[in-house]
Design a binder for this molecule. Structure first.
Ligand SMILES: [Zn+2]
Length: 102
């Protein structure tokens, strides 16, 4: 049996915007993973817990949709989108990543 994988098709990407008074400031924007790749975004994080994510499924095979999954199991255990969190039966509460991507 195939191991069930965590697949999140939306993530946050780091963008820059012009700051009032000059210069740029970074901000995070929720985006579809496939669109982010087309736009050549390079910095990703989980949109729900802010944790680091791995980018997967981008090999370009027909029918493959790129997605992200948590790098740290600890994030997946407590993120509202985490596979381990949604499977947990102990009534735990979701919380943001302990090591959020800044
Ligand atoms: Zn998360």
């Amino acid at each position: 049996m195939a191991v069930e994988r965590e697949k999140m098709y939306e993530c946050e990407v780091r963008r820059r915007r012009i700051k009032a008074g000059g210069g740029y400031e970074p901000y995070w924007k929720v985006k579809n993973v496939a669109e982010a790749l087309v736009d050549e975004d390079t910095d990703f994080r989980c949109k729900d817990c802010g944790g680091a994510v791995k980018l997967l499924g981008r090999n370009g095979k027909a029918g493959t949709v790129p997605y992200v999954e948590h790098k740290l199991p600890a994030d997946a255990e407590f993120c509202p989108s985490g596979l381990l969190f949604t499977k947990a039966t102990d009534g735990r509460e979701a919380r943001p990543s302990v090591h959020p991507v800044q």
